[in-house]
Design a protein around this ligand. Sequence first.
Ligand code: SF4
Length: 319
Amino acid sequence: MKRTELPRPRIAVSACLLGLPVRFDGGHKQDRFIHDTLSKVAELTPLCPEQLAGMPTPRPTIQLRDTPAGVRLVQSNDPGIDHTDRMREVAEAQARRLDGQIAGLIVQRKSPSCGMERVPVSRGKGLPAVRTGVGMFVRHFAERCPLVPIEEEGRLNDPVLRENFLERVYALDRWLHTAPEDVSAFIAFHASHKLNLLARGTDAYRTLGRIVAGVTRDTLAERRAAYIPRFMQTLGRKVTRGRHINVMQHVMGYFKQQLSPQDKAELLAVFESYRREETPLSTPLVLISHHLRQYPNDYLGSQHYLQPYPGELALRAQV
Ligand code: SF4
């Protein structure tokens, strides 16, 4: 599946976050970033697990409930009405439909169906709920589609989590559209993410490099299967300012000889100011890009680290 147009990953989104009136009370929870910004650079696919499970709108509220048989998804005012098995079937069916088609999933926080973490679990009358649950749909979907990055709309307000989520989404999208095809595409995929991986530590880059090394047509399927879960897991690691600076110093090494002493001093001063949290990540990266235009380098030009997702998102001005 080769494509030439700009990447536009497909992301499944809890339908209520897109402004669709699917909530239990007939309302929605439209999210401005998803609706106004993300929709311009990604194809958003609405998904309402409760409607897919056949529940009407409006409908009685449901909740996660701790029972001797484990955590169940039940009607709040009548725990005898149990939606657990039906929701698992919905999640399995959606996983079959969407696996390999979507590069991310954004869900509504706290929902007993869609919430990703810390969803209230009722323990019955007189006992306070505990915030240890995972929405029943997300729980089963994530088990069947472990590569797909999942985030909640609330956490996407955090610039670092948002940057990390989108980096993973765009990387998985590139994988879905290029890397499975042949040996050279697989090797190129790994090489073009070298700096993204180095930002997570040299150990991960080396481990993944060993999986790619010596791959042949005969071993391609097996190596790819070993590679991509580790790759996605690695990208999930948080990148500190210190690690970003290490990577940028590594990049600087490629054109250091051509820089004047003043240019070098300016770059190092900008790195330092980023380290002291006086400037966002976009500031040193803009300067690096400026030097790269002056001193082009094929290897650096292939690196997704320098622009992991469309520049118009401008997220690195906030990280
Ligand atoms: S949180 Fe999930 S299940 Fe609830 S209305 Fe939104 S999309 Fe539907």
